[in-house]
Design a protein around this ligand. Structure first.
Ligand code: AHG
Ligand code: MN
Ligand code: MN
Length: 333
């Protein structure tokens, strides 16, 4: 049998949404298109002028890279083009963007939150980066302008979420709440094919991913957990792997079994990662793949957001490993 393309897969799965009108399918297709265009630029980085810092900083006071800005523009353009999305929030935009429908009446149903380029400090050194997206149904009535409340929904209300990894090959991995499926881009013809159906974390994980350079700033529970990972027992020490791109670290841990940690530090008392467009989508994927995501005490998907760019400590990966981290936090912090 011919391998299934992402386009065919999206159509085949449309029935999973009761009363579906095909809009979510079309929205996923616009993400598929944007992913291919961004992939095209990421692959050319080094040949064309997209490497290095842009002129500005973003709302987080982080230096924007040229590709951060470009990926942001490309995704927003692709999402606006179809009459489906009423609002977009992005890591690179201070405020959310309101989209008017054809007649300016904003009948569109969905809001999208994106981290257009994740791990952007990796671009200059030819290491994997990604894109993360999260999709909700609006809660304000159709026909009115989108509101902040449409974006500040808890993660369990996501209708779809996923990431693109621009790695040795480019993959799009997503969930609509019916498991996680991964598609690999054949760059010769620009088509994503289903290559990783029904992705699940292996039951046991042996990899921990954390920026250990911040060790002195970590809470006691995390310091103790790191020592636990390094102890010699029958199945430890674990392996340490850290790319510095949540997408890439998560993707490896999903396939090989592991856990990603971004704890609070003295510099970032709430951690560094953003709840709405980094942690929630990854948490949705993790749970759909049989894993777990926590801020140390709470399920990530249950957190009621209060701000667009809110940060949260983040522990995500194999359920057993995240449980263990929660135990350490409970005992020591
Ligand atoms: P972004 O490039 O979107 O700002 O995200 C970078 C994030 C995350 O992807 C990565 O795991 C983490 O920041 C790395 O942070 P440190 O450099 O502090 O380890
Ligand atoms: Mn990011
Ligand atoms: Mn980013």
């Amino acid at each position: 049998m011919e391998p299934k393309t992402l386009g065919e897969f999206i159509i085949a799965k449309q029935h999973e949404f009761p009363y579906s009108t095909g809009e979510l399918s079309s929205l996923l297709n616009s993400i598929r298109l944007a992913a291919k265009i961004v992939n095209h630029y990421v692959n050319k980085a080094g040949l064309v002028d997209v490497i290095g810092a842009a002129d500005g900083t973003n709302i987080h006071d982080e230096q924007q890279q040229k590709l951060d800005v470009l990926a942001n523009e490309l995704f927003i353009k692709a999402l606006i083009n179809r009459e489906i999305v009423c609002g977009i929030a992005s890591e690179e935009e201070k405020d959310y963007i309101t989209i008017s429908g054809i007649n300016g009446d904003n009948m569109n149903k969905y809001v999208v939150l994106i981290d257009p380029l994740d791990g952007s400090s990796n671009i200059d050194v030819n290491v994997s980066v990604g894109t993360i997206f999260s999709i909700y149904r609006r809660i304000s009535p159709a026909g009115s302008p989108v509101t902040l409340e449409d974006f500040l929904q808890p993660g369990y209300k996501q209708v779809a979420a996923g990431y693109v990894i621009y790695g040795t090959s480019t993959m799009l991995v997503y969930t609509t709440g019916h498991g996680v499926n991964g598609f690999t881009l054949n760059p010769a013809i620009g088509v994503f094919y289903l290559s990783h159906p029904n992705m699940k974390f292996p039951p046991k994980g042996k990899i921990y991913s954390i920026n250990e350079g911040n060790y002195v700033h970590f809470p006691m529970g995390i310091k103790k957990y790191i020592k636990y990972c390094q102890e010699e027992t029958d199945d430890r020490p674990y392996t340490s792997r850290y790319i510095g791109s949540l997408v890439s670290d998560f993707h490896r841990n999903l396939i090989k079994g592991g856990v990603y940690l971004y704890p609070p530090t003295s510099k970032h008392p709430n951690g560094k990662l953003r709840l709405l467009y980094e942690c929630n989508p990854m948490a949705f994927l993790a749970e759909q793949a049989g894993g777990k995501a926590s801020d140390g005490t709470r399920r990530i998907l249950d957190i009621e957001p209060t701000e667009l760019h809110q940060r949260v400590p983040f522990y995500v990966g194999n359920t057993e490993m995240v449980d263990k981290i929660e135990d350490f936090i409970q005992i020591y912090d």
